[in-house]
Design a protein around this ligand. Structure first.
Ligand SMILES: O=C(CO)COP(=O)(O)O
Length: 257
């Protein structure tokens, strides 16, 4: 059984004061035996995450990473810098980066590799826009996004990858993919990984993201190929985030029994 993984993506939200309340609230939550929990914070707050979360069961990570190790790349953050602040994870290729910063599938793949080279776990985000879905291009688009990453990774690095399926039309809209629709895509992604490596396909966690909330988390997380969630809005309130990690724990327990 794959362990569930729930990651909060704070996006460009927070302040020292608000983060402190949120981090303490999350850290005070119940221990979930079968769930790994993490938050991905804006880069300036990673030191705060480290200070507040070190010694707790909660991991932290960045929201983006440079494809380069060091040098004249103003504004970029290197994987080794994330390492310096104790990050375990980094999001790569979030749809907001792809849309607003014109990140290509190839650049996203280079970023995933840079993260793995530095010992971080990249959470590679893939997903189709509404127009792509309506044009019947969902699988083509999402498979191309994944394939670019598979093309630059060898085993055993591949087994350390985390994937997140985030349909763009479900992000921040309150419109969630149905559990069946999400399961279908997750299964297709796992099958695609299996073509390269059966063991990686069995190991890799595939998270769902897009308006996951306390109300719908359990149904989504009960799906066979949905190994966790990447949570935006609901990760900004400790109560909601804890409800989702609790739902993940319940889903994991039920699968185990
Ligand atoms: O983009 C997301 C997480 O990376 C999802 O955001 P929402 O949960 O706010 O829809």
């Amino acid at each position: 059984m794959r362990r569930k993984l729930v990651i909060g993506n704070w996006k460009m939200n927070g302040s020292l004061a608000a983060n402190s309340v949120l981090l303490r609230g999350i850290a005070a939550g119940p221990a979930n035996q079968n769930v790994t929990t993490a938050v991905c914070a804006p880069a300036p707050y990673l030191a705060q995450c480290q200070a507040e979360l070190a010694g707790t069961a909660i991991a932290w990570g960045g929201q983006d990473v440079s494809a380069y190790a060091a040098g004249a790349y103003t504004g970029e953050v290197a994987a080794s810098m994330l390492q310096d602040f104790g990050c375990r994870y980094v999001l790569v290729g979030h749809s907001e980066r792809r849309a607003y910063h014109h990140e290509t599938n190839e650049l996203v793949a280079q970023k995933a590799r840079a993260a793995l080279d530095a010992g971080l776990t990249p959470v590679v985000c893939v997903g189709e826009t509404l127009a792509e879905r309506e044009a019947g291009r969902t699988n083509v688009v999402v498979c191309a996004q994944l394939q670019a990453v598979l093309d630059v990774l060898e085993n055993p690095a591949l087994e350390k990858l985390v994937l997140a399926y985030e349909p763009v039309w479900a992000i921040g809209t309150g419109r969630t993919a149905t559990p069946a629709l999400a399961q279908e895509l997750h299964a297709a992604l796992r099958k695609q990984v299996a073509v390269r490596s059966e063991s990686a396909a069995a190991t890799i966690a595939i998270l769902y993201g897009g308006s996951m909330k306390p109300e719908n988390a359990k149904d989504l997380l009960a799906q066979r190929d949905i190994d966790g969630g990447l949570i935006g809005g609901a990760a900004l309130k400790a109560k909601d985030f804890l409800a989702i990690t609790g739902a993940a724990n319940e889903a994991a327990n039920e699968t185990a029994n």
